[in-house]
Design a protein. Structure first.
Lengths: 249, 262
C-alpha cells in the first residue's frame, strides 16, 4: 500500500559547524496541513533545522524530504521547483532593501509566474492587505517598523500560495499585540488554505496556538515531542520549565 | 609560532583556491541560459553609467596634468607640437585603461563588496535562495557581465576626456585651437593602439566583479565584516588589476609587435 508523503520529513539529520555538532540525529515528520512548532533555548539548532528544510543548509548525514522529494540532494531547476512550494519568513524578515515593499512581495511572482504587471501588482496588494500593509506598497523597507517589516516578510512568503510556511521566530522583537496579529495570520493560512506551518519560537503561548505538535530541541537532539498537553506533563524538568514559561518573545 | 604561520598559509591558499573556483564558475555561468537580462541592464546602469561622472572628471584632470608634465619635458627639445600626439598615445595605450581600472576598482569594488556583504549578513541572499532564485546567477553573474561591458566604455570616456583635459591645458598655454589639437592628437594613434588596450579592461572588469562579489558573498561577522569585505574588495581588486596589467601588456606586445615600438 502506498504511503501518503508527509509535507516534511527529516531522517537522522546530523549537522556540525567546525567541531560543534548543532544537530544530532534529528528525525521528525510533519503531516500536511498541520502546525509543527520547534522549541528550545537559543543556539540549540532550531533555525538550522528550518534551513535544512528549504536546503539553505545540507546535512552532513541524514535526509530531508519535502513531499516526496529529497530536497537535500536536489540542485538547479529541481531544487527551485520544490522551493516554490515553500514560503520562508526570516527572523528579521530579510526584505530586499533596494526595492519597495510592494516589489518585495511581487518579486517571487515576477520570477515564477507568467502574470502581467497589473496582475502582479493586484496580487501583491492583496497579500499586503492580508497583513494590513496595503498602504505601504511604495515605501522602502527601511521606512517600516520592525513589526511592519515582519508582516511584509510574511506577505512575501505567502506570495506564491505556498503549501508549506517556515517561520523563524514570528514574535521576536515584536510587541504582544503585533505578535498576536502575526499568529492569527498564520493560523488563518493553516485553517483556510491548508498550509503546513513549521514554526521556530521561544514564545510558549504562541507555540500552543500554532502547534498541533511541539518538539523541543536541546543540544541538537529532540528531547520531547507531542501535543502541548503531552509536553506539559513531561517528566523532564527542562521541558516542564519551558512549557510553564510565559515568555512572550 | 611555526604552526601558526603554517596554518595561516594553508588558510590563505584555501581562500585563493576558493576565490579561483568562484571566478571560474562566474566565467562559465555567463554563457549559460536563462539570462537575467533585466537585472543585468540595471547593473550596467548602476555600475557603469553612474560611474561615468567620476571617470569623466578624473579624465579631464589626468589630461591636464599629463599635458603640463609633457610640455615641461618636450619644451626643452622644441617639440611642443608633439604634445597632443604624445598625450593621446599615453592615454590610449596605458594611462586611460589603468587609471580607469583602478578608479573603478574603488568605486565599483567597494560598492559590490559592501552591497553583497550587507545582503549576506541581513539574510537577503538566503531570502533570494528561499524564493527559488539562484543567488549566484542573480547577483554575481549579472555584475560580472555589467563590469565586463562597462569597463571598455568607461575607459573610452576616460581617454576622450583625458584628451579634452590636454586640450584645455594646451589652449591655456599657447591658444591652440580645438581642431588642430585633435588632428595632432590622432595623427599617431591607430586602432592597434586603441583596441587591445581598451579590450584588456574587460579583464579588469572581470577581476573587479568576481573579487568583490566573492568577498561580499562570504562576509561574516555582521557590519564589521561588511566594512572589511568592502575594503578588501578595493585592495585585492587593485592589486590584481596591476598584476594582470603586466601580463596583458606583455600579451599585447606579443600579439601586436608594432605597438611595442620595436
Amino acid at each position: 500500500m502506498a504511503q501518503q508523503a508527509a509535507a516534511v520529513r527529516l531522517e537522522h539529520v546530523t549537522k556540525s559547524f567546525g567541531s560543534r555538532r548543532v544537530l544530532d540525529d534529528v528525525s521528525f515528520e510533519v503531516p500536511s496541513g498541520s502546525g509543527f512548532v520547534i522549541l528550545g533555548r537559543s543556539g540549540t539548532g532550531k533555525s538550522v533545522t528550518l534551513r535544512h528544510i528549504i536546503s539553505l543548509i545540507q546535512p552532513d548525514r541524514g535526509r530531508v524530504f519535502v513531499g516526496g522529494d529529497e530536497i537535500s540532494t536536489l540542485i538547479g531547476a529541481e531544487l527551485s521547483r520544490v522551493r516554490r512550494k515553500i514560503g520562508f519568513l526570516f527572523q528579521n524578515a530579510a526584505l530586499f532593501d533596494s526595492i519597495t515593499v510592494g516589489e518585495n512581495v511581487a518579486f517571487p511572482m515576477r520570477r515564477h509566474t507568467k502574470m502581467n504587471d497589473q496582475e502582479i501588482r493586484k496580487r501583491a496588494l492583496d497579500r499586503l492587505e492580508a497583513v494590513g500593509l496595503e498602504h505601504e506598497y511604495d515605501k522602502m523597507p527601511a521606512d517600516l517598523s520592525g513589526g511592519m517589516r515582519k508582516r511584509a516578510g510574511l506577505a512575501r512568503a505567502m506570495a506564491l500560495d505556498p503549501e508549506i510556511l517556515l517561520v523563524d521566530e514570528p514574535s521576536a522583537g515584536l510587541d504582544p499585540i503585533t505578535a498576536d496579529e502575526i499568529d492569527e495570520l498564520l493560523l488563518d493560512r493553516k485553517q483556510r488554505a491548508g498550509v503546513t506551518l513549521i514554526v521556530v519560537t521561544h514564545n510558549i503561548p504562541s507555540a500552543r496556538r500554532l502547534g498541533d505538535e511541539l518538539a523541543m530541541l536541546h543540544d541538537g537532539r529532540i528531547i520531547a515531542r507531542g501535543p502541548a498537553a503531552e509536553l506539559d506533563g513531561s517528566d523532564d524538568p527542562l521541558v516542564r520549565a519551558f512549557m510553564t514559561s510565559q515568555h512572550a518573545g | 609560532m611555526l604552526e601558526r604561520v603554517g596554518n595561516s598559509a594553508v588558510e590563505l591558499l584555501g581562500s585563493i583556491g576558493e576565490a579561483s573556483l568562484f571566478a571560474l564558475k562566474a566565467a562559465r555561468e555567463v554563457f549559460v541560459p536563462p539570462f537575467e537580462v533585466r537585472e543585468t541592464i540595471r547593473q550596467v546602469y548602476e555600475l557603469g553609467l553612474r560611474s561615468a561622472p567620476l571617470i569623466a572628471v578624473s579624465g579631464v584632470a589626468v589630461g591636464v596634468v599629463l599635458s603640463m608634465h609633457t610640455r615641461a619635458s618636450l619644451e626643452r627639445f622644441g617639440a611642443e607640437s608633439m604634445i597632443p600626439a604624445g598625450l593621446a598615445i599615453a592615454l590610449v595605450r596605458e594611462t586611460g585603461p589603468l587609471t580607469a581600472g583602478l578608479l573603478l576598482s574603488g568605486r565599483i569594488g567597494a560598492g559590490i563588496g559592501a552591497e553583497l556583504g550587507a545582503m549576506r549578513v541581513t539574510e537577503q541572499i538566503d531570502a533570494l535562495e528561499a524564493s527559488a532564485v539562484d543567488s549566484f546567477r542573480y547577483l554575481v553573474v549579472t555584475r560580472v557581465i555589467a563590469c565586463v561591458v562597462a569597463l571598455p566604455i568607461l575607459t573610452t570616456i576616460m581617454n576622450f576626456t583625458g584628451m579634452l583635459g590636454g586640450f584645455i591645458a594646451e589652449t591655456a598655454a599657447n591658444g591652440m585651437p580645438l581642431g588642430l589639437y585633435f588632428r595632432r592628437a590622432f595623427s599617431l594613434v591607430d586602432m592597434t593602439d586603441y583596441v587591445p588596450a581598451t579590450l584588456k579592461t574587460m579583464v579588469f572588469g572581470f577581476i573587479i566583479a568576481t573579487t568583490s562579489s566573492y568577498l561580499g558573498f562570504n562576509t561574516v561577522s555582521g557590519t564589521e565584516g561588511v566594512g572589511r569585505a568592502s575594503t578588501k574588495a578595493v585592495v585585492f581588486s587593485s592589486i590584481l588589476i596591476i598584476l594582470a596589467n603586466v601580463l596583458l601588456v606583455r600579451l599585447i606586445f606579443f600579439a601586436f609587435p608594432e605597438t611595442a615600438g620595436g
